[in-house]
Ligand binder design. Structure first.
Ligand code: NDP
Length: 397
């Protein structure tokens, strides 16, 4: 029985709150706090048990510490934005509570994400006797756990890893992003990068494309090579991996709009002067685009996220594909959200559950693949993200 403080009342925050509320035997009390308290109240009104809401600016450490000390949660679940990771970690250390998030730290004025800033907290968390669990969403998150599960049960050595994220859903808009537009566009317009024989290889944005035949009735789709944060931690913790890549599918309409927006400078993160004000084009674009939380009722179709790992089992070549299929409309019926927030929010709740039940509780800063995958995999089946295993699946060329 534990009290949790969830920070961030966006698409993912809504799902985590719903899912924690479904497990009262672990999450006996829930506080949801965000910059805009009315968003917390709107989520609270959807639930069939009472929770507390609060207003907090997560960029402000003293404000966070005051809230944590007033509420005394066992764990803070950070589902605000990657920019707030370090301030929330600092506040957790000061107030003496465990920490968890779903995305690694990104400085606001530079489109760059890396684990180095959060890994640097290792000693502080260890000394304080606290745990920080990093990246407990789907990718990162479940994809890291899938990798650890393959290594534990299917392959003695993993040689190549392809993480494959397909959203075959349709929201009916010509252009919208399924999660925070600013974070999404910064990620997609960055150079691609993959791990090859002990080093990173860079590729121009979205320049590498393959077709992959997805299960669950989705069929063949084009996917593009991108850099994604779990590649950094997985290749560190499984140094045997010779090649690791991340792929994401995009529809033609999304890519066409993105190209135009980029060409006219709307995806820039440098401030520009406009009628006497400084504005950041990407933040202005975010204000024009549909709020990802509003896509829920109109999105149809499925997502399929998984990993294809190749390597050796008993000295013979083997390959394993593990994936989850998630249906946008079913997610909406359950928690009033589309599948992208659902596939992030469910693993966030499960990561928190693993910590609070003591199954994963350890001192220090941890990535998901470092912990025993079995209880997490079992919980995925129980809490709405069941997975399938397919042997002998060809990896993308
Ligand atoms: P949203 O933009 O929908 O929600 C973010 C929420 O955080 C908003 O409610 C916002 O409040 C709040 N927030 C932002 N800044 C502050 C602040 N300074 N203080 C307090 N609250 C703040 O984003 P998502 O829900 O889509 O994403 C949440 C997180 O999940 C992100 O870090 C994202 O990168 C991560 N993610 C991870 C995935 C994974 O698989 N691992 C996949 C998808 C997302 P307000 O509305 O008032 O501005």
């Amino acid at each position: 029985m534990s009290k949790v403080l969830i920070i961030g009342a966006g698409g993912v925050g809504g799902v985590v709150t719903h899912k924690c509320a479904q497990v009262p035997e672990v999450f006996s009390e829930i506080v949801l706090a965000s910059r805009t308290q009315s968003k917390c109240d709107a989520i609270a009104a959807q639930l069939d048990r009472p929770i507390k809401t609060a207003k907090v600016d997560a960029d402000n450490v003293p404000e966070l510490v005051a809230l944590i000390e007033a509420e005394k949660p066992s764990l803070v679940i950070n589902v605000a934005l990657p920019y707030q990771d370090l301030t929330i970690m600092d506040a957790c250390l000061e107030a003496g509570v465990h920490y968890m998030d779903t995305a690694n730290y990104e400085p606001p004025n530079e489109a760059k994400f890396e684990y180095k800033w959060q890994w640097a907290y290792q000693e502080k968390f260890e000394k304080a006797g606290l745990m920080a669990l990093l990246g407990s969403g789907f990718d990162p998150g479940v994809t890291n756990v899938y990798t650890a599960y393959v290594k534990k049960h299917y392959l003695d050595e993993i040689h190549t890893l392809d993480i494959i994220d397909c959203n075959a859903g349709d929201h009916g808009y010509p252009f919208a992003t399924n999660f925070n537009p600013e974070i999404n566009i910064r990620e997609v317009t960055a150079n691609g990068r993959f791990w090859k024989d002990g080093d990173w290889v860079e590729t121009p944005p979205l320049s590498e494309c393959r077709e992959f035949d997805f299960p669950g009735g989705i069929g063949p789709k084009k996917m593009y090579l991108m850099y994604h944060e779990e590649l950094e931690s997985i290749t560190k913790h499984f140094p045997e991996i010779k090649q690791a890549r991340f792929w994401m599918t995009f529809g033609d309409s999304y890519l066409k709009h993105l190209e135009v927006l980029e060409n006219v400078g709307m995806t820039g993160i440098e401030p520009v002067e406009f009628e006497g004000h400084k504005i950041i084009p990407l933040q202005f674009l975010k204000a024009l685009l549909p709020d990802p939380a509003s896509l829920g009722p109109r999105t149809k179709g499925k997502t399929c996220i998984g990993i294809v790992a190749h390597g050796l089992k008993d000295g013979k070549k083997e390959s394993v594909y593990i994936y989850n299929i998630c249906d946008h409309e079913e997610c909406y019926r359950e928690v009033k959200s589309q599948a992208i927030s659902y596939t992030t929010g469910v693993p966030a709740m499960i990561g928190a559950k693993m910590m609070l039940q003591g199954k994963w509780m350890q001192k220090g800063v941890w990535n998901m693949e470092q912990l025993d995958p079995d209880p997490f995999m079992e919980a995925l089946n129980k809490h709405g993200l069941p997975w399938e295993v397919e042997l002998s699946r060809e990896r993308p060329e």
